[in-house]
Design a protein around this ligand. Structure first.
Ligand SMILES: *[C@@H]1O[C@H](CO)[C@@H](O)[C@H](O)[C@H]1NC(C)=O
Ligand SMILES: *[C@@H]1O[C@H](CO)[C@@H](O)[C@H](O)[C@H]1NC(C)=O
Length: 333
């Protein structure tokens, strides 16, 4: 039996652990927000300089991690030119009112899928000039208010639609200067408000995988200012081709993705053809049986050539009663 005092003794270090944890997701209870306050007070991370508008300037301070002490009064967090190599889960918890986050030039390599939890108000996120090679699915999912995202100057060779997710308000996306050769088909579909897409400086490969991007560029001819200067490289050719030179007809040889109707037909065809062949077999079987029974009845009525019946035809009357005669000799069952 555990006594209450034992429990409280047990929970004390646990509580301490929770409070000291660098990523206190559970400690997200919104602190009281004083309407006014002096800049550089306890609401400002120690390593940074805070301005009255809610700007925490932590630029260029060789910080290895996101500074602690973020509060709801921080509206813009300038963390550019530091040494934040990885963002752990809940890295910005406590800064739920953040509108702008600048993480340029940190040598950032890893962003945990839950790093941006709690940043539902964020509108501008700059992750440019880092070392990102991949982004986990759901990384940007909490950023429902995001308008402007820069991933320029990283090492992204692939960008899955699940990493961006659905960002209903995203207007500007920069993927410039990465290692992308194609955009995944669903990627642009989740970004209905997008009108500025920066794509230069990627090794786009001319081919079917480029179809969604070319279609998007045709649908947004003006807002993508550098569309004319985008090129893709064909495997066999040396000269790059401009992306805008591909009409949709150029992709006519590409396999169309199956529509919902096609899929429905395919799924229905399986069971239907199975049932149909079953019915055909049953019908054929009963016709055969009926024919045989008829022949037997005819043979029973005029038993003129009994020598033709093999040993299996023991008693015509008996087999007629059963309905299914035994096989004649030599028939392969
Ligand atoms: C942030 O602080 C640095 C000096 O630490 C300064 O050079 C820079 O201009 C500041 N940035 C802004 C936006 O105030
Ligand atoms: C997005 O942010 C970048 C700087 O971070 C700025 O240069 C650009 O104009 C912004 N775009 C939009 C559409 O707000």
């Amino acid at each position: 039996m555990l006594s209450p005092s034992f429990l409280s003794w047990l929970s004390r270090p646990l509580l301490l652990l929770l409070l000291l944890s660098p990523w206190p997701i559970w400690a997200q209870a919104p602190a009281e927000v004083p309407p006014t306050g002096t800049p550089g007070s306890r609401d400002c991370p120690e390593a940074c300089a805070c301005a009255p508008g809610g700007q925490a300037n932590c630029s260029g301070r060789a910080l290895p991690t996101v500074p602690e002490g973020l509060s709801l009064r921080v509206r813009a967090l300038l963390l550019d030119h530091n040494r934040v190599r990885a963002l752990p889960p809940g890295a910005f918890v406590g800064a739920g009112a953040l509108l702008r986050l600048d993480l340029r030039e940190n040598g950032l390599r890893r962003v945990h899928a839950r790093a941006f939890w709690g940043l539902g108000a964020l509108r501008q996120l700059d992750l440019s000039a880092n070392q990102l090679e991949a982004l986990a699915p759901g990384t940007f999912a909490p950023l429902r208010a995001l308008c402007n995202l820069s991933l320029a100057g990283n090492r992204l060779a692939r960008l899955e639609p699940a990493a961006l997710g659905a960002l209903p308000l995203l207007r500007a996306l920069s993927l410039q200067d990465n290692e992308l050769s194609a955009l995944a088909p669903g990627l642009l579909a989740g970004l209905p408000a997008l009108n500025a897409l920066r794509l230069r400086g990627n090794p786009w490969a001319c081919g079917c995988a480029l179809r969604p991007l070319c279609a998007w560029l045709r649908g947004h001819p003006r807002p993508a200012p550098e569309a004319e200067t985008l090129f893709c490289l064909s495997p066999g050719r040396l000269a790059p081709s401009p992306l805008t030179a591909f009409p949709d007809a150029a992709f006519s040889h590409c396999l169309q993705p199956l529509s919902a109707r096609d899929l429905a037909v395919i799924y229905a065809l399986g069971p239907v053809s199975f049932l149909a062949s079953l019915a055909v077999c049953l019908a054929l079987g009963s016709v055969l049986t009926a024919c045989r029974a008829r022949r037997q009845r005819a043979a029973a009525r005029c038993p003129r050539r009994p020598q033709n019946l093999g040993p299996g035809w023991a008693s015509p009357a008996h087999s007629g009663a059963v309905g299914v005669p035994p096989p004649p000799p030599g028939s392969a069952y």
